[in-house]
Ligand binder design. Sequence first.
Ligand code: AHR
Length: 496
Amino acid sequence: MSKLVINAWNKKFKINKDLYGQFSEHIGRGIYEGIYVGEDSTVENVNGLRCDVVRALRDIQVPVLRWPGGCFADYYHWKDGIGPKEGRKKIVNANWGSTVEDNSFGTHEFMELCEQVGCEPYICGNVGSGTVEEMSDWVEYLTCGGSSPMSELRAKNGHPQPWKVKYWGVGNENWGCGGNMTPEQYGQAFRRYRTFCRNYGDNRLYCIAGGADVADYNWTEGVMKTAAFCGERRLMDGISLHYYTQSNTWDHKKRATEFDVSDYYRGFVRARRMEELIEKHCEIMSQYDPRHEIGLVVDEWGAWYEVEPGTHPAFLYQQGTMRDALLAAVQLDIFNRHANRVVMANLAQMVNVIHSIILTEGNRMLLTPTYHTFALYKEHQDAQLLDSWLETEEIGDEESRIPNMSHTASMKNGVLTLTISNLSLEQSEQIACYLLGFYGTAIKGRLLQADCAAHNTFEAAQQVKPRELQGAAFTDSGLKFMLPPCSIAQITVSGS
Ligand code: AHR
């Protein structure tokens, strides 16, 4: 029997809904086929955007979507992707398999996607191979309502009204594919590019600096020191962090469905490292931003494996199992716990690339187990994180030891939501949950449970999906329920 204490008297801080964000890049079938099929496709679409995918994204309330990259962003010239489709430039997507990019999915298509999904756009501008003027023009094209060269061009292309854009990335991985810069070089570049990203009308940009890879603290330090402030004036709103849970090593990656017990536990050790990374990067940020005005944006995270057999190695197409649903739950719990500093997180990548929530094949679509993690967690969006404490046991093998459970408790509109995972491969867990400061009157529960390697295929798309959680009941001091091995539960308690 494990003990969980939830103290509803102590509401810690708001869990920004943007922690449940997604990322989509022009890689393989991530955008084309996965999201955009074109108006003439036999796949049901509205203005070229797949209805099945949009519907699924709306259902989990995706709050924000990052685009066009990734490495592609520092290679992308936005003017190639506007105007009549037949006149759009065809380019070689040199980062991702040298395929032909016909630019049929550009700014207007992306903004329409966000409108159909009901999410905020997060656009990453080109620092690596683009100019200050080009980035400045893009902001003007999107958000300027007055009479200006770019707003007139936008109107000519069929959208007289400006859009609202809040999140703006100033480059991506500029220590690598975004220009191989030093932190100081990038910091200087950020100062210039950011200066010309203007606020038009009442649109307010939230400018995010391209941040570090994993534990590159030197990068965070150098960029914060060079570019966070100009005198007293703050230039930066956020700085990013990229951290992927690798399957094995870069030279010996295994497929998503190909793992043994020690890979399983090692995966969680690696995923849990996110907490240390967030804390250490935030500590450095605090030295330069003691008032904590600059947010940490984990705009690429996920479990990255070898591609599926027979697929292009540069398309990064992988399956997703119950293990990945649990890995996602553990990472989301970490983001929730640090929601006072982490303002956004974006899973890489939304459809058909790396740790996807959706896979497509022709006119078929499936939801991966990780999609269901996001479905179970959606009640935490913009909820208050509750103070809570869970008694856990260590599980794993000699090399990799992890706590057997991970959880988040939050409160929104008088409803308490608990999401809790049992990471054990074989042990069920009975939970005694003590509720302080909250008297529950009704419980509802959902459960996602499957063998750790279980996954959905186009032939059997409903293998892994949530069902009702049986047996959750009130006790004198709170509630009790049972978690089978490899499972995630969502329990909502109404009351006062
Ligand atoms: O998500 C795939 C790639 O990983 C992105 O393009 C890049 O930013 C990162 O290295």
